[in-house]
Ligand binder design. Structure first.
Ligand SMILES: Nc1ncnc2c1ncn2[C@@H]1O[C@H](COP(=O)(O)OP(=O)(O)O)[C@@H](O)[C@H]1O
Ligand SMILES: [Mg+2]
Length: 375
């Protein structure tokens, strides 16, 4: 079996499946994130027919964690309509950009900054939940607490007593190991010095520490590295744009007009340094009342309006909710809490939207993809 079986049955002749019809059907399958067909995306690498087995080899833009299953099913259905008794196997390979080896974080596929115009809008809460949601879906995820002035990752992940550990390499440089919780690799100023010490650091020092987090941490291969940025615009944001090629930024806001003005500033700051805003998330959008209705305490639809005005995607609303706040205080992001299924769902959906925007961005920018097999 296996190799020999493949050679004997080959795709030539012996099968009574209609190879051309199957190919046509597969070319029409939609990549629902990118909203193009597999044909348009030149995603069909090969189709082999061995007896009654159809093997489909696809090349798709990563990250695939949220869409792999959908595309797999859509391909199976497409073949089933033509050949109901065929056994379909779908193999997916990722299209990867050529990353220069000397680029910082060369083993990281997607770098996403989580930003906000001002503090207290829930940026860190959302960064923690997005990171945990992506990891829960199978992605390899890192999170840098780049809010070096006011680190919150130690609290959000219940790692307040932890100290960054590492070792010296032969040439004497220190290489640190990220902490790990809920499948997320974590680095924070809170693991290096106390919160109070961190608070008195000057801007240039903060940027220096961010460089250390980028260059002297053994991140390894990651699907995503998220950055929980400090609020506003400053040295750190400049460092980010100069040092690393971000895939893009997510801007978190609350619904009020004042917060929305900051969002506009945030989006235009990013575009000035050539960082694309991948989406706006509105937090504390409403309070869900016991009868199922929603109280839009701070007004309705502001985040979505701002996103439309700035021509960037709106990723969704997060309600004001006690289990979200408790999750933060207790160090377990609500997306990990099975007793809060609605909040869990909300963050899984947001993570799926983020993944879709990252894929779209990759489809826009990965001009000459290198193929890496990851069956
Ligand atoms: N959707 C939400 N529902 C309830 N509390 C929230 C929500 N989002 C954030 N919070 C709480 O608001 C406070 C500020 O959130 P945080 O993530 O630290 O904001 P930022 O990082 O923007 O300063 C925290 O106590 C957090 O638990
Ligand atoms: Mg914060």
């Amino acid at each position: 079996m296996g190799m020999l079986d493949t050679l004997l049955n080959g795709s030539n002749g012996s099968s009574n499946l209609n190879a051309e019809a199957i190919r046509e059907a597969i070319l029409q399958v939609q990549d629902t994130d990118i909203q193009k067909t597999l044909g348009e995306l030149e995603a069909v690498h090969n189709i082999e027919i061995h007896g009654s087995t159809v093997k489909i080899y696809l090349l798709l833009y990563q990250p695939l964690h949220f869409v792999a299953e959908n595309i797999n099913l859509a391909c199976k259905k497409a073949v089933e309509r033509i050949a109901p008794s065929a056994k379909v196997e779908v193999y997916v390979q990722e299209k990867l950009p050529k990353i220069p080896h000397n680029r910082p974080l060369a083993q990281v596929k997607n770098l996403v900054a989580i930003a906000s115009g001002k503090g207290g809008v829930g940026k860190s809460t959302i960064a923690a939940n997005l990171a945990a949601a992506l990891a829960k879906k199978g992605a390899v995820v890192g999170l840098i607490d780049a809010d070096i002035h006011g680190p919150s990752v130690p609290t959000l992940f219940d790692l307040e007593e932890e100290q960054l550990r590492g070792e010296k390499t032969e040439d004497g440089t220190f290489i640190g190991h990220p902490m790990e919780k809920y499948g997320v690799k974590l680095v924070s100023m809170g693991f290096v010095m106390g919160r109070d010490q961190a608070a008195i650091m000057r801007g240039p020092m903060q940027a220096g520490y961010l460089n250390t987090f980028i260059e002297q941490i053994a991140w390894g291969e990651l699907d995503y590295l998220l950055f929980d940025l400090p609020p506003g615009t400053g040295d750190i944001h400049l460092t980010m744009s100069q040092r690393i090629p971000l895939t893009g930024a997510i801007v978190v806001t609350t619904p009020q007009n004042l917060a929305l003005a900051d969002v506009r500033r945030g989006i235009s700051m990013f575009s000035r340094v050539n960082i694309e805003t991948l989406g706006v998330i509105e937090n504390m959008s409403y309070y869900a009342l016991p009868d199922g209705s929603r109280d839009y305490i701070f007004g309705q639809g502001g985040g979505e309006r701002i996103a439309k005005e700035a021509n960037v995607p709106f990723l969704g609303e997060v309600p004001l909710n006690i289990s979200i706040r408790q999750g933060g205080d207790e160090g377990m992001p609500v997306v990990m809490n099975d007793k809060a299924p609605l909040q869990q769902r909300a963050f899984m959906d947001l993570a799926a939207k983020l993944a879709a925007e990252v894929r779209k961005k990759n489809a826009r920018t990965v001009a000459a993809p290198t193929v890496q097999i990851s069956l």
